[in-house]
Design a protein around this ligand. Structure first.
Ligand SMILES: C[S@@+](CC[C@H](N)C(=O)[O-])C[C@H]1O[C@@H](n2cnc3c(N)ncnc32)[C@H](O)[C@@H]1O
Length: 274
């Protein structure tokens, strides 16, 4: 699929960002809500507890497209430098900025112009100065080696075709002793070729999901240590059906047998160290 997938992903998330406003929740991996299995909820209470969302504007909270809360495993400290891969509307960047404080700094990296504009509008509303959104690809991070203490990401690595390139870039920009704290979709069972080829399922964070062992072996190959992957919510066939229906990408209508996917995917927490 090559560049075609990247362009579909950009087009899809660009259109989501354009629709985002403060009063309604935008959708990602389901037509109704988020990437989590709790897709029927219309707020983020299933992903982020009140403690994390306190002080964030509705526009930033409603722009959340993640599958879990990577901040809950990041253990951020005042003064740390953080990079969020695929920062979208910026929710995890804004939460991180509260924890690292004025002496810390948070970069959000995204390839989609509309998402960067949305994030910058949210930043302006919040009036914060310890945050910067940068344009670029996760597979080619525009930062020097050993720049950040912590790498966050939420429901994004599954969208990259070259996970090894993305994770080796994450390793490169992480300081020695730094940590990776991400949420992502993983595959718990084998994925059929139909699903792998479906662009709908790619933008829905499903087709590109890696089996846990493969994810671990890539992390280890690029240099990470102390790798832990913990699935936290398993996708039912109803959730996947909603994702498929919600994509509605013109010109693509592959017949994916959804019932065979019941329990195939899960949102997971991924931790590792450099
Ligand atoms: C599912 S959304 C998640 C957004 C955000 N992390 C959140 O939790 O709300 C995926 C985001 O990753 C970005 N993205 C996907 N693939 C990317 C890549 N290869 N390089 C940079 N950004 C990418 C998309 O533009 C989109 O904003």
């Amino acid at each position: 699929m090559g560049e075609e997938v990247k362009e579909k992903v950009k087009e899809y998330y660009g259109s989501i960002a354009k629709r985002a406003n403060g009063s309604s929740k935008i959708s990602c991996c389901s037509p109704s809500s988020c990437c989590s299995s709790s897709c029927s909820v219309s707020d983020n209470s299933m992903i982020y507890s009140h403690e994390y969302l306190k002080g964030l504007p509705a526009e930033a909270v409603n722009a959340s497209l993640g599958c879990a809360n990577p901040l809950s495993i990041a253990n951020l400290k005042a003064g740390e430098k953080v990079l969020d891969l695929g920062s979208g509307g910026g929710i995890d960047v804004f939460i991180a900025s509260k924890y690292v404080g004025q002496k810390g700094y948070v970069y959000g990296l995204d390839m989609t112009d509309e998402m960067l504009s949305l994030a910058n509008r949210n930043k302006k509303k919040m009036g914060i100065t310890n945050v910067e959104f940068i344009k670029g690809y996760i597979e080619d991070i525009p930062l020097p080696d050993e720049t950040v203490d912590v790498i966050l990401s939420n429901c994004v690595i599954n969208l990259c075709e070259s996970k090894e390139k993305a994770l080796s870039e994450a390793y490169r920009v992480l300081k020695t002793g730094g940590r990776l704290a991400i949420a992502d979709i993983v595959a718990l069972k084998e994925i059929s070729e139909d699903v792998k080829k479906s662009a709908e399922m790619w933008v829905g964070c499903i087709a590109g999901a890696l089996p846990i062992n493969e994810y671990k072996s890539i992390l280890s190959k690029v240099g990470f240590k102390n790798i832990e992957i913990s699935p936290v919510n398993v996708y039912t066939k109803d959730v996947i059906e909603n994702i498929k229906k919600g994509k509605n990408i013109k010109g693509i209508d592959l017949n994916v047998d959804i019932s065979s996917l019941d329990g195939t995917f899960a949102g997971a927490y991924i931790r590792a160290a450099k």
